[in-house]
Structures are given as C-alpha cells and as structure tokens.
Design a binder for this molecule. Sequence first.
Ligand SMILES: Cc1ncc(COP(=O)(O)O)c(C=O)c1O
Length: 397
Amino acid sequence: MTLRIIENAAARKLGPYRMQEVLSHAAAQTAYRMITACPRYAPTPLRALDRVAANAGLAAVWYKDESGRFGIGSFKALGGAYAVARLLQRRVAARLGHEVGVADLVRGGLRDITRTITVTCATDGNHGRSVAAGAQVFGCRCVIFLHRDVSAGREEAIRAFGAEIVRVDGNYDDSVHAATRAAEEHGWEIVSDTSWPGYVDVPRDVMQGYTVMLIEALQQLQTAGARRPTHVFVQGGVGGLAAAVCAHLWEEMGSEGPITVVVEPERADCLYQSALAGRPAPASGDLSTVMAGLSCGEVSTEAWRILCAGARFFVTIDDAPAIAAMRLLASGGAATERIVAGESATAGLAALLAIAPETMLRQQLALGPDSSILLIGSEGATDPALYRELVGDAAGA
Ligand SMILES: Cc1ncc(COP(=O)(O)O)c(C=O)c1O
C-alpha cells in the first residue's frame, strides 16, 4: 500500500494556544451547555482498543466511538445542528431586538419567524443529516445539495428529516459551488462545514460543536484513571474535525499537547498538499475514494489556520487499509467488543496500524511503549448497504 507522510516543522514545538478567535474553550462551554441540554443527548463511549495497543507495542489506544451520536450515526450530529440553532438565534434576535434561547426555538413560539428562513448546504451525507435534523427541531426550511456519488441510502436519511434534496451532477466541490449560487440567488442561509475567506462564523460554530466530543473524551479518560493522549490520529476531509480536535487539546494541554496526525485518502489529499505548499492547496487526485466523508478537494480555510500551526504530521493512505480496519473493528480483533465503524471512520486507525510496525516511522512519530493514542471513530454504518458489502462476514453477518 502507499503511505505518504510529511512532517509540519511549524508544529514541532507547540507554544501556547492563541487561536481563540477561531475555536476556544470559552465557546466550547457554550456549545457543551446547549448540546447537553438536548433531551436526546448522551455521551458516546470511549473504547479501549487493548488488542491494537498490545500488538503495536503502545501503552493505550482509545477509540471515541461516534456511531451512536444522537441517532444520526456520526460526530457531525454535533456540528451542523448546533450551527443551525446559533444562526437562528442570531437572526431571530436581530428581528426581535432581544436574545432568544434554544428552548424558545424548540417550543415553537417563534415559528412565524423561523419558517421564513431557509438553511442550505452541500454534503456527502453526514453534515447534511445534521443540518436537516437541526432545521426540523428548530423550525426552518432546509435544502440540501448532494453530489453524484452520494448513495441513495444517504439521500433517504436526509429526506427523512424533512429536507428538500437537490442532486448536482459533479463532485463534492461542485455541490458546494451549486449550494452557494442557490443561496445567493434566493437569499438562503448557508450552513456549511467548510469555510472560505469572508465566510467564517457558521463553520466556526460547526467546528465548535465538534469539540463537545473532546470535552467528553477528556472526562472519560479521567474517570478511567488514564493519562491524556500523547498522540491523536484523526481523519481529514476539509479539516474541520481535525482542527477541532487539535485546537481543543492544544488549548487544554498547552505545550504538552499531543502530536496531531491528520490522515486523508490518497486521492483526496488537500490537507497533505496544503502542508507541502505551506498554504491552502487543492487535492492532487480526482477525489475518488470509498471514504466518502473524506472526499474533499479544498481545505476549510479556518481549519487550516489551526492545522498549519498545530498539526505535526499529514498522512495519506489508500482505501484498502481503511476497509481492513473496519473489518478488524467489526470482528472483535481490536478490542473485547465488536465495533461498527463506517468507511470514513477508520483512516486514523489504519494509518496507526501501518506506521506502528515500521521502526523508522515509529521513531519519526515518537511512538513507543509509553504512547497513548486517541482515535476518533467518526461514524458508524451511516450507509448500511455499503457497510454490509465492505465488512460482510467480518461482522459475523
Ligand atoms: C465520518 C466522517 N469522518 C470525518 C470527516 C471529516 O471531517 P472534515 O471534513 O471536517 O475534515 C467527515 C466529513 O464529512 C465524516 O463524515
């Protein structure tokens, strides 16, 4: 298999975290209060991959299993829906001249205002599901743009939340551009998980929602009496997830923050290419990969601001090891329990499994018997048919 790794020299020594303008613990507390007040809220489990740790000669490998998040099946449930709530709060407050709480939105007394607002975004599935769920709960209209490769199953799951669907004959980036054009034309509100110059507020809220996962993980490690991570292996699409993880742990742990390793599909390597270029750069490939959530050609500029300063390694892998990691988790070969991980959830584990046995790479990444690794299991079987096809008998099916 092809494995590419580059080191970002700028992140060799982490100084104090200074990117509070983008993501901060103060804003994370607001997100945590709002999200945990939701009646359906429950923290997701942090699973110990003891067998992986033992085989790889590492102290611990932790897997934050987002498969059950809000019944939506991925960490994205924390971001899009939260950003819809924040956006509606801002718009309603501007019309009424006073602040409104999320509970006011949920109760429905503000529907006369919220139903005049349309939120929209492009998605490969998971983000759109979260935005659609938020629109349904908080009472606004929702139009979701899907590119040609998004499966019918994922489309149905979004439609189930009452969203209208527009299909775009192109890739993910084409669908982003189509959603942007439509929003300009109709005066809709874009709730995107990616940012670009001049469009930062909503994507910052999206990423801030993700940090609730890190608050939980740190609490769970403490409860388990375990040490904080020395390394995080996290998969990258536009970089929002990786930036949330990197920023939160960096602000929490300062110069002792973990080594962040960002992992992407070989042909959707915009973060890797940006690290090579030292500035946002497009993916070098055609974005084709089974890891649908990671199939992105352009970085989120706000995420990149954090990653270019704080992420130490950028790695690309091809599809086969990611699928092998899904099968390993499904078979019970990684931990004492079987774990359901979708095709975009395992790039971090796959990269760790590829790197750990290689002496030179182990040294380069400072991996050893004292290392404690945090992985983000970012989705469950969000496309059940594809999951069955890829994992099949490994899941005992
Ligand atoms: C399951 C899953 N994991 C990881 C990612 C990557 O997140 P980001 O695009 O913020 O880098 C996505 C994005 O859609 C996803 O759906």
